[in-house]
Design a binder for this molecule. Structure first.
Ligand code: 13P
Length: 210
């Protein structure tokens, strides 16, 4: 995809995510890798009303070169995109159910949501580490996120929300949506001993789609 197609795609996905209530107000941010740097949603922007022409552009050293000033979560996105060579995009949301799990699960947990459905396993994988709480924009989160990103394509920030990467922007957005629905199911079924996929079923999914 060209840079201008990616700009349009970020705005289109932002509009859909916002429309579904997966981000509210000016919460959430999206980044995409470019041949000469990165595109990011601007700080304090509403994902539902992004202007493709005003997205922040950063160079390969993550210095702001054009557009509005970037998200304060640049360290979060940098940690994932610099750690995971295959990742082309990162989506951070405050989507309600994933954030609820991020308030319940203990930092250090790696499977706070059980493998209830195939698409959760296919999109998120085996591991969803829970990172300790950091205030939004705190550069101190970068090493913790980089360490988690070595093992997992998605993670939960305690009391804050999900961070999800993908091999394309579509892939990252679809995984973030699947994570939100899996979190919702896990909360709906809490205390009811739902049947989870077996280790063998999980393995078969990862072999086929991982
Ligand atoms: P920005 O407006 O700086 O992108 O921050 C929003 C957010 O989601 C903080 O976690």
């Amino acid at each position: 995809m060209s840079e201008s197609e990616l700009r349009e795609a970020i705005a289109a996905h932002g509009r859909l995510l916002f429309g579904r209530g997966y981000s509210v107000g000016s919460a959430g941010n999206i980044s995409v890798r470019l041949p000469d740097g990165f595109l990011m949603t601007p700080t304090n922007s509403c994902l539902g009303r992004l202007d493709p022409a005003r997205l922040s552009k950063l160079d390969r050293a993550w210095q702001h070169v054009s557009g509005d000033p970037p998200s304060k979560e640049v360290f979060m996105h940098r940690a994932v995109l610099e750690t995971r060579a295959e990742a082309q995009a990162v989506v951070h949301l405050h989507s309600t159910h994933a954030t609820a799990i991020a308030c319940l699960a203990a930092p250090g947990e790696t499977a706070p949501i059980p493998p209830l459905t195939p698409y959760f396993v296919m999109r998120i994988g085996r591991s969803l580490p829970v990172i300790p709480y950091y205030r939004p924009g705190d550069p101190a989160m970068e090493p913790a996120i980089a360490a988690a990103a070595r093992e997992a394509r998605a993670m939960l920030l305690a009391n804050h929300g999900p961070v999800v990467s993908g091999r394309s922007l579509d892939d990252a957005v679809y995984a973030a949506e699947e994570l939100e629905e899996a979190a919702k199911l896990a909360l709906l079924l809490r205390g009811q001993a739902p049947r989870a996929l077996t280790a063998g079923q999980v393995e078969a999914l990862l072999q086929a789609f991982g």
